[in-house]
Design a protein around this ligand. Structure first.
Ligand SMILES: Nc1ncnc2c1ncn2[C@@H]1O[C@H](COP(=O)(O)O)[C@@H](OP(=O)(O)O)[C@H]1O
Ligand SMILES: [Mg+2]
Length: 254
C-alpha cells in the first residue's frame, strides 16, 4: 500500500461523497432544511464508512457522524492508521439554497501525523487534495482578508483584524474557509471557541502539503487522534502572514 494510494483514496472518496450530497440536495429540495441536513449527513457518512471498510479494512475511522460509543472506542488510540472524516462540514450552508461553502473532509492520520487528505467542495466542482496540493498564491503587500465563521465568529477576531490590517470575510464550513486560503479568496482563517478534529484534519493536511501555515492559535502544531477529539482553535494562513497573525493574537491575549 503506497502513500500515493492513500492520497488518491482520500480524494476519490471525498469527491464521490460530494456527488452523493449534490444528489440529496437535488432530490430533497430546500423546503425542510432540518430534514435535508439529516439526510445529507447520513448519506455521506454511510457511504464513507462502507467505502473505507471495503478499501482499508484494517484501518480505524473517526467520523463526526459516528455514535458516541464509536467515537470513544479506545482501539483508535492504539491504531497506526486512522481516517478522520467529516462527511458534511458546513451542514447549515448545505441546507441553504445557492450556497457553495460546504465540504466533505477525508483525512488519514498515520503514527502521529496527517499522511493524506482531501476536501471536496461539491457545489464549487472541485476537490483539494494532498495527491496534488494546490499552488499557493503570493501574499498581498497591504491589507489582507481573514475568513471567519458566518454564525460563530470568535469575539477577538474583529480586534485581530483591526490590529493586523485585515478585513473579515464570513464563510461557512472550516473546510471551505481553509480551501479559500489555499485558492486565494482570502489569506487566513482564524477560529477559536470550539471545534473538533474532523473539522480541521483534512483541510489542514492539504494546507500543510501546499506549504501553508497551520497551527493552533498559540502557534503549536495541531495534534490529531486524541482521546478527546475537541480541537477548539486553529489558524491557517499563507506562510508569510503567520508570524504577524500569531504576534497579533499574542498581543490581544496579553
Ligand atoms: N464553537 C463551536 N463549537 C463546536 N463546533 C464548532 C464551533 N464553531 C464551529 N464549529 C464547527 O466547525 C465547522 C465549521 O463551522 P463554521 O461554518 O461556523 O465555521 C462546523 O462543522 P459542521 O458543519 O460539520 O457541524 C461547526 O459545527
Ligand atoms: Mg464539521
Amino acid at each position: 500500500m503506497t502513500n500515493r494510494d492513500d492520497h488518491t483514496v482520500a480524494a476519490d472518496l471525498a469527491t464521490e461523497a460530494g456527488a452523493l450530497l449534490l444528489a440529496v440536495r437535488e432530490r430533497e429540495g430546500f423546503g425542510d432544511p432540518g430534514a435535508l441536513r439529516a439526510k445529507g449527513d447520513r448519506a455521506a457518512h454511510e457511504f464513507l464508512m462502507e467505502a473505507l471498510a471495503r478499501l482499508r479494512p484494517d484501518d480505524s475511522v473517526l467520523s463526526e457522524e459516528a455514535t458516541r460509543e464509536e467515537r470513544l472506542d479506545p482501539r483508535r488510540l492504539s491504531a497506526d492508521r486512522v481516517w478522520i472524516v467529516d462527511p458534511l462540514d458546513g451542514t447549515r450552508e448545505f441546507s441553504e439554497e445557492g450556497r457553495a461553502d460546504w465540504a466533505v473532509h477525508v483525512a488519514l492520520w498515520e503514527r502521529g501525523r496527517l499522511a493524506a487528505g482531501a476536501v471536496a467542495l461539491p457545489a464549487q466542482g472541485r476537490t483539494l487534495t494532498t495527491a496534488e496540493p494546490p499552488k499557493l498564491p503570493a501574499a498581498p503587500e497591504g491589507r489582507f482578508r481573514i475568513a471567519v465563521s458566518r454564525t460563530r465568529p470568535p469575539e477577538f477576531v474583529r480586534r485581530l483584524a483591526d490590529h493586523v490590517g485585515a478585513d473579515l470575510v464570513p464563510i461557512g464550513s472550516a473546510g471551505a474557509k481553509i480551501s479559500a486560503v489555499l485558492t486565494g479568496e482570502v489569506e487566513a482563517y482564524v477560529h477559536a471557541g470550539g471545534q473538533y478534529e474532523w473539522d480541521s484534519a483534512a483541510p489542514v493536511a492539504v494546507a500543510l502539503a501546499a506549504g501553508a501555515h497551520a497551527s493552533r492559535i498559540d502557534g503549536t502544531p495541531p495534534v490529531y487522534n486524541q482521546a478527546d477529539p475537541s480541537l477548539p482553535d486553529i489558524l491557517v494562513s499563507l506562510p508569510d502572514l503567520a508570524r504577524s497573525l500569531l504576534a497579533g493574537i499574542r498581543d490581544l491575549h496579553r
